[in-house]
Ligand binder design. Structure first.
Ligand SMILES: C[S@@+](CC[C@H](N)C(=O)[O-])C[C@H]1O[C@@H](n2cnc3c(N)ncnc32)[C@H](O)[C@@H]1O
Length: 219
């Protein structure tokens, strides 16, 4: 589930860190201020951390350096290899946003960067609800990812990418599941979270959610 993009990431793993540094003109605006974006997540982290879609481990390394216990989950084998080279001290599990191991300690914060859009809207809601069961009251979900304020803004971004002949970016924007802010707000609120959004570049928003109530889940 939500794993249809993994082959692409296996191929991308070795060059991924060059892309985030802005070497690929198509994705330069998406990764603009990448380091600041990861730091914005680290600033809001508390306690033990669970990270999804760790990629080459850039966010993982920053959270580890900030002295948090962190567990990583990443479905791409090649990405896991790269992350292991960067942060050998951290265990990176094979898994995804919906399937991951049980941890023997309390998780206080769940983080992810540039990855949540790989889930469909239904899968996003399922995932957030499951995280609500893992986190204590006051627990946090801190994500940074591409999202759009309105449908018009999403369509405009696709048109702009096509006009620039950024056909890979345009295809991504059309085929992956980039959410609208109000859809995310609804999913988080239904799962017992209060969420705030902050725009970090033309594509990426910081999504900072805090669990404010328990939600009854019927299995
Ligand atoms: C664009 S990279 C982001 C990597 C890293 N978090 C960063 O900020 O640089 C997206 C990552 O999400 C992973 N991914 C794809 N589908 C996923 C899923 N369903 N669950 C968790 N991670 C997924 C990919 O394998 C890839 O490593």
């Amino acid at each position: 589930m939500g794993r249809e993009f993994i082959r692409l990431f296996d191929h991308w793993a070795k060059d991924y860190d060059q892309t985030v540094q802005g070497y690929d003109p198509e994705y330069k605006a998406v990764f603009l201020d990448y380091d600041m974006i990861l730091r914005a997540i680290v600033d809001q982290v508390q306690g033990n951390v669970l990270e999804f879609g760790v990629g080459t481990g850039n966010l993982t390394a920053k959270i580890y350096a900030a002295n948090h216990r962190i567990f990583g989950v990443e479905p791409s084998k090649e990405m896991r290899k790269q992350a292991k080279l960067k942060v050998p001290q951290v265990t990176i599990y094979d898994g995804d946003f919906l399937k991951y191991p049980k941890f023997d300690c309390q998780i206080d914060t769940i983080v992810s960067s540039y990855a949540f859009h790989h889930l469909t809207d239904t899968e996003k809601s399922q995932a957030i609800l499951a995280y609500s069961r893992i986190l204590p009251l006051g627990g946090r979900i801190i994500f940074a990812d591409t999202a759009f304020a309105t449908k018009k803004a999403r369509e405009e971004a696709i048109r702009k990418a096509e006009k620039m002949q950024y056909f890979n970016l345009a295809e991504d924007l059309k085929t992956e599941y980039y959410p609208l802010l109000h859809e995310l707000e609804q999913a988080f609120t239904q799962a017992g979270f209060k969420i705030e959004f902050k725009r970090l570049n033309d594509f990426v928003w910081l999504m900072a959610a805090e669990k404010v109530r328990e939600v009854e889940v019927i299995d």
